[in-house]
Write a protein that binds this ligand. Structure first.
Ligand SMILES: [Fe+2]
Ligand SMILES: [Fe+2]
Length: 143
């Protein structure tokens, strides 16, 4: 597999992950219950547009590079309580962040500057999601 094909394959994994993030946050926003409902429902809902924007960008980029964008999301675990939701989201965001750092260096090697800059934007978005999740998880209610 050449460098460009490896990049396209990686971006397709990222796309599956972004579709999964849309499903994950939608599932959480619509199933969270208990005392956390009023705070966590809008919090989860607010993440969805960012992830959808990331998915749309990746799908267009893969197509532009001559690849076939996936329509299959990565699997999403169904978890019941708020703490498990926040922990699963934290894990997903941190995996995504690592993947984008790999993708950024692949894009850099290929001198794809627009993609590098956009990946940096997405890294910044995911880092922001991660920080918000870890701040919420610091609440004594979750310890
Ligand atoms: Fe994302
Ligand atoms: Fe995210």
């Amino acid at each position: 597999m050449d460098q460009k094909d490896a990049l396209i394959a990686g971006l397709n994994q990222d796309l599956a992950g972004e579709y999964a993030a849309v499903i994950q946050y939608t599932y959480y926003a619509t199933t969270v219950t208990g005392l956390n409902y009023q705070i966590l429902k809008p919090f989860f809902e607010a993440e969805i547009p960012d992830e959808l924007g990331h998915a749309a960008y990746l799908s267009e980029k893969i197509s532009h590079l001559g690849g076939e964008p996936t329509t299959m999301p990565a699997p999403v675990e169904q978890v019941g309580d708020a703490r498990a939701m926040l922990e699963a989201a934290l894990k997903a965001e941190s995996d995504t962040l690592e993947n984008y750092q790999i993708r950024r260096s692949q894009a850099q090697d290929l001198k794809m500057i627009e993609l590098v800059v956009k990946l940096e934007d997405m890294i910044s978005d995911e880092q922001n999601h991660l920080e918000k999740l870890s701040r919420i998880l610091h609440d004594p209610v979750f310890s």
